[in-house]
Write a protein that binds this ligand. Structure first.
Ligand code: 6OG
Length: 163
């Protein structure tokens, strides 16, 4: 029942190309050592979508154009006053050359639940990845133990008509 003093906007983008999905191994900061989509904080002078596209360019060197928002997840860590409102995007195509950055090591995975490395991802991801795969929009809120980030203390997650 902690007070949320503020909510910061984040993006997280998954590039899906044919039968493959691009994940990045986070090399530093929040989520270090975990596979995830690409993203980060939205800046004040940009839209959320612009932020998603910018982060993809910064972290993997590529340009994505047609991005579609598929989910909004709020992450609350116990003992931390700031919640992360994370907007999840899907992109289907890209241009440019994929590169490793200081933040991310990119790698293609077969786009099937069996091939996704959930053991080395945030522990909420396996709960909402089925929506990603079904192309079903979703909204959720996850309470995560701030001292043990592998533990989910509570969650709500629902499919929605629109975001
Ligand atoms: P930077 O520190 O790189 O932004 N993020 C999460 N992603 C998933 N899948 N699950 C979580 O469960 C997450 N918590 C944070 C949002 C952090 C990046 O990490 C994502 C951003 O894309 C708790 O600026």
């Amino acid at each position: 029942n902690q007070e949320i003093e503020s909510r910061k906007l984040y993006t997280n983008l998954f590039l899906i190309s044919g039968s493959k999905i691009l994940l990045g191994l986070k090399k530093r900061g929040l989520g270090q050592g975990k596979w995830n989509g690409f993203g980060g904080k939205v800046e004040s002078e940009e839209t959320i979508e612009e932020g998603a596209i910018r982060e993809m360019k910064e972290e993997a060197g590529i340009d994505v154009d047609l991005v579609e928002k598929i989910g909004i997840l709020e992450f609350v860590f116990s003992g931390r006053p700031q919640a992360l409102e994370t907007h999840i995007f899907v992109a289907k195509g890209y241009s440019g050359e994929l590169i490793e950055s200081e933040e991310m090591y990119p790698q293609w995975f077969p786009w099937s639940m069996d091939a996704i490395p959930f053991d080395t991802m945030w522990s909420d991801d396996h709960l909402w990845f089925p929506y990603l795969q079904q192309n079903q929009k979703f909204k959720g809120k996850f309470y995560i133990d701030g001292n043990d980030e592998a533990t989910i203390l509570g969650a709500t997650l629902n499919p929605v008509e629109s975001l």
